[in-house]
Design a protein around this ligand. Structure first.
Ligand code: IMP
Ligand code: MG
Length: 176
């Protein structure tokens, strides 16, 4: 690890704030929280406990970068939702929005499924890397253009279980 980007306590504060924002915005309603596997799994489990509303949980997996660190730009659904989202307040829960290609695709996909509303909550966002415009309704924190791992984020499926988020040493992924 090159350096720590977010300590456990900082992550906790961000998650609490995001949970409060969602709770306030959906007062009197129910939300349908969709975890984007695998990266958002840890964030998701903390976030849903910070939302003080009736929440249903569902899971989806999209095609990822493979084992490397560069996006292919192609998005595919590897695992789809268990139920219909028609008429529901969907909150997509993602770990990080990078080029924006995955979330751009998914938000459009949910509108076709006739969700009542579709919002995006991402722990991290790298605005400097965007290829398409994506509105992150609930954004944890902006991240630098560096490869981050931990708290669900991986490099070649490793480091997901770190309780903090760190910057991976460039030497580790420069080899690929
Ligand atoms: P996008 O379609 O380029 O926005 O890709 C977003 C996905 O790429 C995220 O869900 C992550 O799985 C992955 N990703 C992007 N940046 C990083 C990073 O710094 N560390 C780990 N995974 C990342
Ligand atoms: Mg991901």
């Amino acid at each position: 690890m090159q350096e720590i980007f977010l300590e456990e306590i900082a992550i906790h504060d961000i998650v609490t704030r995001l949970g409060d924002e969602i709770t306030r915005d959906f007062q009197g309603e129910e939300v349908y929280a969709v975890c984007i596997l695998k990266g958002a799994a840890l964030f998701f489990s903390d976030l849903v406990r910070a939302i003080k509303l009736p929440v249903q949980l569902d899971f989806m997996q999209l095609s990822s970068y493979g084992s490397g660190s560069a996006s292919s730009g192609q998005v595919k659904i590897l695992l789809d939702l268990a139920s219909s989202v028609e008429g529901k307040n969907v909150i997509i829960v993602e770990d990080i929005v990078d080029t924006g290609l995955s979330m751009h695709y998914l938000m459009e996909n949910f509108r076709h499924r006739r969700a009542k509303s579709v919002r995006l909550c991402s722990l991290l966002s790298k605005p400097s890397r965007r290829k398409v415009d994506v509105r992150v309704d609930y954004c944890g924190i902006e991240a630098p253009d560096a490869f981050l791992v931990g708290y669900g984020l991986d490099y070649a499926q490793k480091y997901r279980n770190l309780p903090y988020i760190g910057v991976l040493k460039p030497e580790i992924y420069a080899k690929n």
